[in-house]
Design a protein around this ligand. Sequence first.
Ligand code: PXP
Length: 251
Amino acid sequence: MSETLHPRPLRLGVNIDHVATIRNARGGDHPDPVRAAQIVAKVGGDGITAHLREDRRHIRDEDLARIQQATDLPLNLEMAATREMLAIALRHKPHAACIVPEKREERTTEGGLDAAGLHNTLVPIVDELRGAGIRVSLFIEADERQLDAALRLGAPVVEFHTGEYAHAFLDGDRERVERELKRISDMAALAAKNGIEAHAGHGLTFDNVQPIVAIPQIAELNIGHYLIGEAVFVGLEPAIRRMRELMDEVR
Ligand code: PXP
């Protein structure tokens, strides 16, 4: 079904949550995130990312199975560390589960998971997901303490939160941008050294993606809001293609 499942140096996972946000604004079934998933497959995206939030503000339970049936692409389910989400993940068995922090009142995932502070909560969740053959990823800040916690939990993957980098970029604060890049790059190298695969995501755009792509240990980017926003103007296919081109220019 998908044109490109061949391995690539850097994978692009497309987060389709905000197609569902637009759908839900009118309570109907258009635009359908499943159609977005099919477009991602058609243009050679490497995976579908979807966040089933506690309040179901975008993706809903029934979307998960529909997305899984609609494409061969691996599904990366973003989920809070709760028993409810664990049960859903075990039922759907996505390719990967990315554990994210979640607060009801936040507009988006603000800051990384406190993998160190939540160690005891995370142990059974990570173990059960891994036991079911689901690739566990922890969405953390690029911070040695958090990386160490991920290592202790036996997570095979970490996704570094690039939100602070994206904010610094928007503010035009070169010094902060460089500091953030160094932090992410150092932690990606440390992750790789410890056998953990490094991913990155949050707030990535056409303008700010390339310095992140240049970090050689990063194996996957997960990008959503900007691509769906661009899709309003140019269409989803061209938006994803452009992101892929920008990534390929660097690696
Ligand atoms: N990765 C994770 C773990 C996320 O929670 C999000 C936001 O849902 C993203 C990537 C994508 O962020 P954005 O929508 O800002 O591209």
